[in-house]
Design a protein around this ligand. Sequence first.
Ligand SMILES: [Zn+2]
Ligand SMILES: [Zn+2]
Ligand SMILES: [Zn+2]
Length: 139
Amino acid sequence: MTIETIYETIKSKGKRLSKARKAIIEILFQSPCLLSTSDIIIKLKARKIQPNRSTMYRELLFLAKNNIITKETIAEKDYFELPTDHHHHLVCTGCNTIKKVVIGRHLQKEEKQLEKDNEFVITNHSIEFFGLCRNCRKV
Ligand SMILES: [Zn+2]
Ligand SMILES: [Zn+2]
Ligand SMILES: [Zn+2]
């Protein structure tokens, strides 16, 4: 998926492509995994965009609600990423480190069954694995 495809999706939903919105997409596009609201604000500032924190948070929620970006809440903190490359996360409950992981076999079979059993159409899923990283297990 290219960044233009994402811009097109936003426009096709009848949404404006403001400067800040475009910058957020670019920042998330360049990041391989989750970014916190603060991470995004720091990166926006580096691009000479001075966003108001609550405006920015509302913007991120808006993009998540429209399925343009994904929102994950880990240890009561919100993180965002683009759903461009499907992956999952290992979350250390000791130090809150998040590691990107790819599961070899997808859950397609299980999803098909869930859809059938519940008369439900699944469009996406997000899975986090919680545990302790090597450093946190040493204590
Ligand atoms: Zn990720
Ligand atoms: Zn840890
Ligand atoms: Zn998956």
